[in-house]
Design a binder for this molecule. Sequence first.
Ligand SMILES: [Zn+2]
Ligand SMILES: [Zn+2]
Length: 154
Amino acid sequence: MHCYCGSGLGFLECCEPYISGARLAPTAEALMRSRYSAFSAGNAAYLLASLHPSKRASESLESLKQSFSGTQWCSLRIISSRNGVVGQASGEVEFVAFYRSGEEISQLHEHSRFVCENNQWLYCDGDMLPALKLGRNDDCWCGSGLKLKKCHPD
Ligand SMILES: [Zn+2]
Ligand SMILES: [Zn+2]
């Protein structure tokens, strides 16, 4: 099975070792990808564990689990990464996650901030950005890798 995050790698070679706790995500972007995969796989425990401890009080396993129902994550697109590599203390990732709820396709377009503490990358917070306008020649929101016009043109 290909990883949820769209890396093209197998799940077991990509985000699974981070989600299972076998390994620590080496970069902020890898952590971001693994959090997207955990949302897709419905793993609330990992989403809490990868959240900075100062932010955990505002989240709960229950509220995360509720957010899973009715949302189907379609694809992840990393727009840009800044810092967030081995040896650094912080990093930022801008991404768009496309999701479907009912018939509607929506986007989470966010500029996220991460910190590294004791070699462990953690998600701090992010700013919501306006939805991207997809052109006909852009990659389709569904994650097929095809252009929008050849895949889901409506
Ligand atoms: Zn992955
Ligand atoms: Zn498509």
